[in-house]
Ligand binder design. Sequence first.
Ligand code: OOG
Ligand code: NI
Length: 447
Amino acid sequence: MNDFLSADAIRTRFSQAMSAMYQQEVPQYGTLMTLVQQVNARCLTDSPTLKARLSAADELERLNLERHGAIRVGTAQELATLRQMFAVMGMEPVGYYDLSQAGVPVHSTAFRPVSDEALRRNPFRIFTSLLRLELIDDLELRQKAAAILAQRDIFTPRCRALIAQHQQQGGLGEADADAFVTEALETFRWHALSTVDRATYQALSQQHRLVADVVCFPGCHINHLTPRTLDIDRVQALMPEYGIDPKTLIEGPPRRNVPILLRQTSFKALEEVVGFQQGDSGTHTARFGEIEQRGAALTPKGRALYDRLLAEAGTGADNQQHQQRLADVFRAFPDDERSLREQELAWFHYRLSEQGEAQPPQAGESLAMLIEQGRIIADPLVYEDFLPVSAAGIFQSNLGDRAQGRSAGHASRADFERALGAPVHDEMQLYQARQQQSLARCGFADA
Ligand code: OOG
Ligand code: NI
């Protein structure tokens, strides 16, 4: 019999190792973690209702473990190997994000767990972007970038061997799993020594700072790790007291009774000293910190309403004005769970209450009535994904104030999937299936 460590356990070990490494590399991330933990603890003491709710929905345990990270790669081969590496940790590609519309020459997916169980254990996600070299208009420079990328291997030989071993055996034992975590971490480590000379760095950076970030280093350094907070407005307000300078606007929807989707803010990328080939040195800005507050996952109908209202609200000059404007415009978005459910704007997870266990649903009883009677409890499903408009705002705030308009390429999900070597999951189908399964467990097979 095989004694394999579960994918969930490997993912948790890896996310903890990554967090420890990033705390060493970027001490401000450690400060931000402390701040978030303090604010979360305070929210839970201040609101026993919230605490009971999170606890009943099995969300309390994952809270302090929960974070996402982001990386950027340069080639199809790198992306495809990452897919296999993340598969060891039970993380699958979900969603397609086209950032080229926002002037950022990448397209992306999120590697994350997909099942209820795995998400409950640890929903660790990595937003992963592939550089679109075809959007570099200088042909010579494009070829040079491709040649530089072709020479590097961002994976250690042992990491490759352990991925292959996992594929052959269908799992990894404890010692191999630990070795895998150690080796995988190497891919995401920061390297202060660039693989190129200063002139090449500058030429690539001139094209787009992101191009230089992806092409000029020997690995795909993790560029931020983001803890989940229960009150992003409070953390944003407290950041300066902790010596952290937040970006101006909190991205995403406004503060609401029932939080929806994802609200995010970040601190500016650090200016770090790097060495170039031939002994020169200079600076590079890539790594930053971010926090997020997650709310309900929206159905396609809810998402369409969100996108429309967000566009209508536009961008305010400062955060207070921006949030006020958002709050005004989002009055058109129902803000109680019942309306969200009845108008099918958000996805829900349904479960039997104690009373419901004692008196199970009978044929002919309606879901609305069972919820009314307290026999079935409906909790909004947490949004597990990302928002392209917010992501573009985060990318931009870290590219400096210099506007870098780039010929907007067209979305090319097919190209991305070809590079990845697999299709990406449709996130809406995943939420719908989870809602459906929860209903089936309550006895509503064909609801
Ligand atoms: C990724 C930015 C997107 C988010 O939270 O939306 C992101 C990057 O800068 O590489 O992480
Ligand atoms: Ni992020």
